[in-house]
Design a protein around this ligand. Structure first.
Ligand SMILES: [Zn+2]
Ligand SMILES: [Zn+2]
Length: 203
């Protein structure tokens, strides 16, 4: 489940102990099946086993009135996993927020970044950079098959695509699925025409 509005509010709130913490989650959002190694679904049987909850997280976890009550992956900057940025040779360059800044920098420079997500690796590049998209296609041996694009919000998506309300509903649903939408006529002015060449839709 995509990060819920309440957790996003925590991440954006400088007073919150989850401020700018990328792994913020609660019972309404966050990972489930992808982190389970065995049943029953308890923290010790998940990828979170190595991260002992700090007292503040434990208080939320044990409070039935808190939305993090029995949320197995609950964690914060004090006790949870952190971002790391590595070179292609596997050398660690930076951690925490600096890792995020370094990752953003290489994307802006037109390079390709492998993001380790919950379910595997995700290859990312600047969708508006023709050269970066071409390099990604070459390395993936994927000459023409459409690539999906990530956008910040609905407003950004509206610049590129149009569709019925049902499709917007799907795009903004808790699952945040990849949704196929009709390209706007001037879509190529904003993103590489090589994202989905010869096709009227963008994913
Ligand atoms: Zn949440
Ligand atoms: Zn914690």
């Amino acid at each position: 489940m995509a990060t819920c509005p309440d957790c996003l509010a925590d991440v954006n709130n400088p007073q919150s102990r989850y401020y700018r913490y990328p792994f913020t989650n609660c019972t309404n959002c966050g990972p489930r099946y992808t982190i389970i190694q065995a049943l029953p679904y308890d923290r010790k049987n998940t990828a979170m086993a190595g991260f002992a909850m700090c007292p503040a997280c434990a208080r939320e976890y044990n409070n039935p009135l808190n939305r993090r009550y029995h949320a197995q992956p609950v964690s914060c900057p004090d006790c949870g996993p952190h971002l790391r940025y590595l070179t292609s040779a596997g050398e660690q360059v930076s951690t925490h927020e600096q890792a995020l800044r370094d990752a953003a920098k290489v994307i802006r420079e037109g390079k390709i970044l492998a993001v380790k997500g919950l379910g595997g690796f995700h290859l990312v590049c600047d969708a508006s950079n023709n050269e970066a998209v071409a390099t990604l296609r070459e390395r993936k041996h994927r000459p023409a098959k459409p690539l999906a694009i990530m956008v910040k919000n609905k407003k950004c998506a509206e610049q590129l695509v149009s569709c019925d309300s049902k499709e917007w509903e799907a795009l903004e649903s808790r699952q945040r699925p990849i949704v196929l939408m009709k390209k706007n006529t001037d879509c190529d002015a904003f993103v590489s025409p090589d994202l989905a060449p010869g096709i009227g839709c963008l994913a």
